[in-house]
Design a protein around this ligand. Sequence first.
Ligand code: HEC
Ligand code: HEC
Ligand code: HEC
Length: 448
Amino acid sequence: MAVFATDQPLVECGRYIAVAADCGACHRQAINHGVPFAGGYAIESPMGRIIASNITPSKQYGIGNYSEQQFANAVREGIAADGRNLYPAMPYTSYRDMTTADVQALYAYFMQGVEPADFPPSTRTDLSFPFNVRQIMWGWNLLFLSGTSADKAEALPGSLERGKYLVEVLAHCSACHTPRNIMMAEQNSLNLSGSSLGGWYAPNITPDKSGIGDWSQRDLVTYLKTGHLAGKAQAAGAMAEAVENSFSLMTDDDLNAMAAWVKQVPAIPTAIPDRSIQPPADVSDINTIITGQGALADRSTTDGAKLYENACASCHGHKGQGTDDSFYPSLTRNRAVSALGAQNLVMAIVEGIQRKTSNTDISMPAFAEQLNNAQIASISNYVHSRFAGIDDKMTAQDVQILRDGGVPPFIVRYINWLMALGTLMIVGLLGGIWYWRKVKRSGGQQIR
Ligand code: HEC
Ligand code: HEC
Ligand code: HEC
């Protein structure tokens, strides 16, 4: 792209690493996905919105003045060139083990292969106290940033070691799929066993039967490459973006190595749903069928069966069977439907699905505007019970919580209490010191 490239093979190598590490997922420009890496995109963290930086080689607004060492420090240690501690919304905890050769190639790519965007990100990070004190990340790093960024040798293409490196470091699967502790750090002992991500849920992808134990290596490669595994799963939400911008553009060798690695991580069991209820009677005789999406004639109904017929059946079939070619997927054999909890089912209805790969253009409409929370809850309960036999009691309020990005984590919910407790302890401590000095000064006599 850029005409001033001097180090072409290294730059091309860096371009691939930037794809595998999906730097563009967050560092895209906010408006219309405009200029690559111009920043401004807001990552909705539970603490507030964190704005990704401009990482084009613009000297004024980007990282044009970064030395290679400063770049390495930002990517692997979370320290910006001006000494700022970066928030872990920038996944330096995963990139920690990036090889020096890869960092060098990435640096060459960002300096020589990316057009400078000479404008600042449209908004700025604005977190409330105490999360706006970047220095607290110093303590957090001390607790949770393990080891030193070691300089490991490059793993052989196609090897299991290469798979580990891709999964754990570049592709940072754990950033989404690993549960976090109360301080928002990944829990390594529960690696890849599933975690909430805004309203979505990134499921258990360990080889347990509650995870993807019944997927072959080939299944996993197909899913990563296309976002679609017939009769099993489709990628929506952040996974659709990762497939579109990263995994679908990686080499088959790398995808195979990643799948091989994921297939052998420790299997971690998680809860599975109780499929106890009898699917309701066949509804194919419903006389209010109005096919065609968007034809939500009766906006006030909260009858799940009717709403399903109106809003979903045109694509997914009256019996949830989907189309034969599974372009419109079956809902009876669908992990978003058969999973414990209706998070991804609800989010798919709310946000729809958009995903492009080289040979497909997938789209399911978003119903956020057309359907209210109570209606979405009743469709979800209906789909869950009829197509998966799961008795679910999703309420309108639950849907609203998911729309708002899910239940905030402990640290965010209780930060005021924690700060109050901290203040009390400090006041108590100061009081104690004052008392002790007073007692000392009065020679141990009683204070009046
Ligand atoms: C999941 C989102 C995400 C991904 C993926 C990501 N970044 Fe970041 N990055 C951020 C955010 C957010 C910030 C700003 C953090 C802050 O303000 O504390 C940031 C900051 C940076 C900075 C510091 C720039 C500055 O001076 O402010 C650099 C350099 C950087 N990222 C490079 C990269 C590279 C290279 C990649 C790919 C290898 C990458 N990032 C992938 C979210 C991401
Ligand atoms: C940016 C966040 C993010 C990253 C990074 C990510 N995933 Fe996902 N993943 C998700 C979400 C969210 C879903 C649920 C999507 C859905 O149901 O439509 C998902 C779904 C999946 C599924 C389907 C599981 C099921 O039960 O349906 C597999 C398999 C998977 N991811 C594997 C991976 C692998 C392997 C990596 C790393 C190479 C990875 N993911 C990286 C967010 C992510
Ligand atoms: C215009 C056609 C269309 C309509 C209408 C439609 N869908 Fe979909 N749906 C799709 C497509 C396409 C996919 C994704 C296929 C893929 O990813 O390959 C999908 C995927 C899904 C998934 C899987 C999501 C995931 O995360 O894996 C669920 C669940 C779903 N739809 C439920 C519904 C429900 C419920 C309705 C009605 C409210 C509905 N759909 C309406 C086309 C449609």
